[in-house]
Design a protein. Structure first.
Lengths: 436, 436
């Protein structure tokens, strides 16, 4: 038995007591709603949820009869936070680092739904996470976008209909600069940024040949008379099949990168092979090549102000978000950390401090922008009628110095409620800070 | 100092003004003044004369010729003090060993002294300073006895000019008995399968061995110290020079504080017991589970250097255990300072305090925990940590609450000298923000 009783209790609480009854509406009333959508900010607004979806949001919205009401007077209501770069709920399954290209492995095969960090991140207002493979390989494994439905099975955590994605990585990590080979093992190729480029190029050369084989086969099939004998298909290769899907635009590429030279390198390789980079991840020197990133049409998902922790982070600046945004690059702020994920709202605020991004634009960096980057903005990222009812309720403006998440809902279900959490510890909700 | 002031005044663009003002005082007028030691002055002035605060209050006469800074709508704070950092000892943490001087080889390095190696031209210093941090404890780490720390001001061109006080503490790591974790060698750790009990037994054995070593070293140092005293008094011959013993002698006598890194409840309790039995002057660093030992820490008057933005240690802990740690210490009357325990993230010190504030620490206690409290713990409260007449003029001016991410720091003074707010980051920002 790996988990402790407290976690189990919370799981029950998440899955049971708070689940929204089918057909019954929930109304969040009286709060300041930062919709991140066309309605902007709504003071003393009402948000109505039915069957997990937002059915109405506005200042003059009537609370349906029989709806259960969440009083948010004096509080701030924002869309559930989306973390575009997470390794939560896959402990021990982050990196298939044995080979330089491992496009065939899938994060969704190793989801640990009992990871307590899911609950802890709900307590930081997070509702959706992009769980990425690690950065040990130039082409790593496929991602899984999860909703933090704490207490549900791994399959039930998966964000339904979210587009597929894959992790690429450039620089020190794939070249294993900061990792010594394990006892008796040889150093893995590549050891230079030149080799990283070669590894990606070689893989796509091979994938292009593989695609040509399959395209020829598909063409032959189509041309075949109805009852003719089918030719033998080419041998299936899971790695090449994944790269073929990238070439055909069916998988979004999320590329871990730091330095501007390697960013340009990947743009050129992608252009040459005719695929797009959906997001550059970390992208610490993105500000140096902002126009090139914008021209390629890629998004950028970075840290607020991490720097100097390794050589390739030496030129990281906290103004990165502001510069990329000013150049027309869609920017999101991510955590890449179980700890930082819990305070992404304050990471977003740093875009205001460094480069004067507006308050709304800054908050979009952890809500609507990552939703767009992951192409799930049809469902999440803003509070609009028709979207999923993923909501975080804060005690004060999310950027204020004494703000705190009070309640988090996913699909209209309350998965985190600070008052209940405190009550379970045997404390009155009035106690502001407490440990017992 | 003169050079710093000249440089600042040169930026004002008038040599004549600079000449006149050189001998003059500086006054910040019409500002909100957070004195920390006394009540907030809602609208008042601070007069800086030379290196000291000459006057402070609602009505301060402006001396003729004084440089006047209009503080309308702004807040003056005493310079922030980060009570645990590696600033000056670490430039690039990973992959650039040549820039890392924090961790000496071997386990016993009491004679390693931070102030002989702090790098005055570190890029990290201006970055921390630009957000109001004017002094930090720069401390070595690792091993069993890591070395001695220095309190340094974040301005100066030689190690000597940085130093405020040395030594401040003898830094040690409470032995946990766990093998040290090397990220690069992670897969090699613990190749054999062993039961939990076997691991625990081995850990205890290692821990006892390390504690016995520490105990013996301190006993020996006590004897060595006594022999030195006797030699000084002419009662005995001077003992053979022994830098390790000489460095440890003041610790063994209870004169120099031991800053003991300990996070777990059992380690903190054991560290307090160890220090108590030997009448050592103890400061706990880290203190993740200090909230579990508040009574003991209060009873033995052991201060804690705590950082806030951490995950709870146990899965069964409340999600906000680390956030609420400082508030628990405050309630119990334990002396504590909030620290970054970092190098490149020192600028985020006020936001660590903000998180403690969001989880129960009062705003007054929060600002005290990053100013006057660390000054008291390190015995420099007569010189810094609050805005009082006669204290060193270490202060800064911000557009709002310094714990609010949206506030900007507009002026920083160290020992009365106005500091440039330029950093590596602003330089790169200015170089690239308008790149087409």
């Amino acid at each position: 038995m790996k988990r402790f009783s407290f976690a189990a209790l919370l799981a029950l609480f998440g899955a049971g007591a708070a689940t929204q009854e089918a057909g019954k509406s929930v109304a969040i009333t009286g709060g300041t709603i930062l919709t991140m959508g066309p309605q902007g900010t709504l003071e003393r607004g009402t948000l109505v949820i039915t069957n997990g979806k937002i059915t109405a949001v506005g200042r003059d919205v009537r609370v349906p009869a029989g709806a259960s009401v969440i009083d948010a007077a004096g509080r701030y209501v924002i869309p559930g936070i989306i973390d575009a770069h997470s390794h939560t709920a896959i402990e021990g399954g982050v990196n298939e680092g044995s080979d330089i290209v491992t496009a065939e492995v899938r994060i969704r095969d190793v989801i640990d739904n009992g990871d307590i960090d899911i609950y802890r991140q709900l307590a930081g207002g997070v509702t959706t996470i992009n769980v990425l493979h690690g950065s040990a390989n130039s082409i790593g494994g496929q991602n899984a976008i999860l909703k933090l439905r704490w207490g549900k099975s791994p399959e039930e955590l998966v964000f339904k209909d979210a587009p597929r994605g894959i992790k690429f990585a450039l620089g020190e990590n794939p070249k294993r600069s900061n990792f010594n080979p394990q006892g008796g093992q040889q150093r893995r190729y590549p050891a230079t940024r030149m080799g990283v480029e070669v590894s990606i190029r070689s893989a796509f050369e091979e994938a292009r040949a593989y695609k040509a084989e399959w395209d020829a086969y598909d063409k032959k099939l189509k041309a075949l008379p109805a009852k003719a004998e089918r030719p033998l298909p080419p041998r299936r290769n899971l790695r090449m099949e994944t790269l073929k899907d990238i070439l055909e635009g069916r998988i979004d590429v999320h590329a871990h990168c730091y330095r501007s030279d390697e960013i340009l390198m990947l743009i050129r390789v992608a252009d040459e092979f005719g695929f797009k980079i959906r997001t550059f991840q970390h992208v610490l020197e993105g500000y140096k090549v902002a126009s090139e990133i914008a021209k390629h049409g890629a998004g950028a998902s970075g840290f607020s102000d991490w720097w100097a922790y390794k050589m390739e982070a030496q030129d990281a600046i906290p103004y990165n978000a502001a510069v990329l945004t000013a150049h027309g690059v869609l920017f999101s702020m991510n955590s890449d950390s179980n700890e930082l994920a819990r305070r992404l709202y304050w990471e977003a605020a740093k875009a205001m401090k460094y480069g004067n991004v507006s308050e709304t634009e800054a908050l979009k960096m952890v809500t609507l922008n990552p939703a767009k980057q992951l192409r799930i903005d049809k469902w999440v990222g803003s509070l609009e009628a028709g979207k999923d009812a993923d909501v975080a309720i804060f005690s004060a403006h999310p950027f204020a110095p004494d703000t705190r998440v009070e309640m988090t809902l996913v699909d209209g279900t309350v998965y985190f409620d600070r008052a209940k959490d405190l009550a379970q510890r045997g404390q009155a909700p009035a106690a502001a800070g407490s440990n017992q | 100092m003169t050079r710093g002031r000249l440089a600042f005044l040169a930026t004002l663009g008038s040599a004549a003004l600079a000449f006149d003002a050189l001998a003059a005082d500086t006054v910040i007028r019409n500002a909100r003044i957070v004195t920390v030691s006394g009540p907030v002055i809602e609208r008042g002035s601070v007069l800086i004369s030379g290196a000291r605060i000459a006057a402070i209050g609602a009505d301060v006469a402006v001396p003729p010729g004084a440089v006047v800074i209009d503080g309308s709508g702004k807040t003056v704070y005493p310079g922030l003090i980060d009570g645990l950092t590696r600033i000056g000892l670490v430039e690039i943490g990973q992959g650039a060993a040549g820039t890392v001087d924090s961790n000496e080889t071997g386990d016993v390095n009491p004679h390693a002294k931070a102030w002989v190696a702090v790098h005055p031209h570190s890029e990290l210093i201006p970055v921390a300073r630009a957000n109001g941090v004017t002094a930090v404890l720069s401390a070595p780490g690792g091993g069993l006895i890591s070395g001695q720390s220095a309190l340094i001001r974040l301005a100066g061109s030689t190690p000597e000019s940085l130093v405020v006080k040395t030594p401040v503490g003898m830094h040690m790591v409470f032995p946990t008995g766990r093998p040290s974790f090397d990220f690069a060698q992670a897969a090699q750790q613990d190749p054999e399968l062993r039961t939990f009990e076997e691991r625990q037994r081995e850990r205890r054995r290692n821990q006892e061995k390390d504690l016995a070593k520490l105990k013996n070293l301190l006993e020996e140092a006590k004897a060595y110290g006594a022999a030195l005293e006797a030699a000084k008094a002419g009662q005995a011959e001077r003992p053979k020079p022994d830098p390790v013993m000489e460095a440890l002698a003041p610790v063994a006598r209870g004169e120099l504080a031991v800053v003991m890194r300990a996070d777990n409840e059992e380690d903190i309790k054991a560290a307090v017991k160890f220090a108590d039995e030997r009448k050592l002057k103890l400061i706990v660093a880290g203190g993740l589970e200090a909230w579990r030992c508040t009574e003991l820490l209060k009873q033995k008057d052991v201060p804690v250097l705590v950082n806030v933005d951490r995950l709870p240690r146990r899965e069964s802990d409340a999600y906000d255990a680390a956030y609420a740690n400082a508030a628990a210490l405050q309630r119990a009357g334990v002396r504590f300072a909030i620290v970054s325990d970092d190098a490149s993230q020192v600028r985020n010190l006020p936001y660590e305090a903000a998180m403690a504030r969001a989880y129960g620490l009062s705003a007054d206690a929060a600002i005290r925990s990053i100013t006057l409290s660390p000054a008291e713990i390190f015995g420099v409260q007569s010189r810094m940590g609050s805005l009082e007449t006669g204290k060193d003029a270490n202060l800064f001016l911000a557009t709002g609450d310094i714990m609010d991410h949206r506030s900007q720091v507009t002026h920083v003074f160290i020992d009365g000298v106005p500091q440039s707010l330029e950093t590596r980051h602003t330089r790169l920002y200015n170089e690239f923000k308008a790149r087409p």
